[in-house]
Design a protein around this ligand. Structure first.
Ligand SMILES: [Zn+2]
Ligand SMILES: [Zn+2]
Length: 356
């Protein structure tokens, strides 16, 4: 059943192949650190993970390069800019690497000429510009810097942070089947966080992580600030979604992020398997641990009219893969379902029995 999900799921492009490739990689370059390594790394803190796991050999091969051989996003973060540098001056500081546009959050609305928080994004036209820029950088403590001048400050080193496409996916345990129904959505992920780092943090907290992914935008393939973590077992999955919030600690980042079940839009109702909803995909997921099921509107109303379940909130899949709680129209749906709830032929709530 789980392999079925794997193959059909649109959320893990190429991960099946990754699992196969990871398994076939052999002892020479294991893509899966053994338990000793994992615990030693955990004990030593995440900065060690970065160097140990950030190398190409240990990354998932999924996005090690696109069909065009790209290795980096054309979008590059630049931080620590001089406060009086404006958009034109940033552009001219980086134009020698190729045509680019300078952007920062809310730039259009603010009508400011200066990036307000001292950082900006360089959107290069060609990926080769990113390689040229990196080549010109100086490296210090694994970070890249380039000197930039503003009207009042000469040669200030600014941090250049390219995004390596391969860092968007990481298979921690290729021996485990990936089950989207044991996958959590992690919102508010700090942008420099790599999939390998997310996997290690969540594995340290809940155990049983087999995969982590960083959501990227389809055009520039740059992180959107959210991620997914797939667990190998139900206990770890339930522990993660029950926590609701997780403290992600990595280097100088220490951020509380939100954890929710990853809601799929191609699941049949777990109660009626489509019998009561014309075989349409189920629109609702109940994240309460006594349910943890997909429901059609009809079955949602039936199951949640039972005592103790009235306050469960349906989750729906939203744009940008973000699950969202929706208010359920109780009084429309309840009238008919109440009669049916008393009907002896209705299926019993399967979830509780299945989970505990
Ligand atoms: Zn149903
Ligand atoms: Zn429920």
């Amino acid at each position: 059943m789980t392999t079925d999900y794997c193959c059909k799921s649109p959320f893990f492009p190429g991960v099946e192949e990754a699992a196969v490739a990871g398994g076939a990689a052999g002892a020479g370059s294991p893509s899966v650190p053994d338990q000793d390594v994992v615990s030693r790394l955990s004990a030593a803190g995440l900065s060690m993970c970065v160097s140990a796991l950030g190398s190409p050999a240990r990354s998932s091969p999924v996005s090690a390069g696109s069909e065009h051989g790209e290795r980096f996003s054309r979008k590059v973060f630049v931080g620590g800019l001089p406060p009086d540098i404006d958009e034109d001056e940033i552009t001219s500081s980086f134009r020698r690497f190729g045509p680019l546009v300078v952007d920062w959050p809310h730039k259009a609305e603010s009508k400011s000429y200066f990036p307000p928080k001292g950082y900006a994004f360089l959107l290069f036209q060609d990926e080769s510009s990113v390689a040229a820029l990196m080549e010109a950088c100086i490296t210090d403590d694994d970070k890249l810097y380039l000197c930039v001048s503003s009207p009042t400050i000469r040669d200030k080193p600014v941090q250049i942070r390219p995004w390596r496409l391969a860092d968007a996916d990481y298979v921690l345990d290729a021996s485990m089947p990936l089950d989207p129904r044991k996958t959590v959505f992690v919102g508010g992920v700090p942008r420099p966080l790599k999939a390998a780092e997310l996997a290690m943090i969540m594995d340290r907290l809940y155990g049983g992580v087999c995969y982590a992914g960083i959501d990227t935008d389809p055009e520039l393939k740059y992180p959107k600030g959210a991620g997914r973590v797939a667990f190998s077992n139900q206990q770890s999955y339930i522990a993660a979604i029950s926590a609701r919030f997780v403290q992600l600690q990595h280097g100088d980042i220490d951020k509380r992020v939100e954890v929710k079940p990853y809601v799929l839009d191609d699941q049949m109702c777990d109660e009626c398997a489509g019998a009561r909803c014309g075989s349409k995909f189920a629109p609702f997921f109940c994240a309460n641990v006594t349910c943890l099921q997909y429901y059609c509107e009809h079955c949602w109303a039936t199951i949640h009219s039972r005592p103790g379940r009235e306050f469960h909130k349906p989750l729906v899949k939203e744009g940008a893969d973000r699950p969202r709680a929706v208010p359920f129209r109780w009084y429309n749906a309840l009238g008919s379902s109440k009669q049916q709830a008393a009907h002896p032929s209705l299926p019993k709530p399967a979830a509780a029995a299945r989970l505990f």
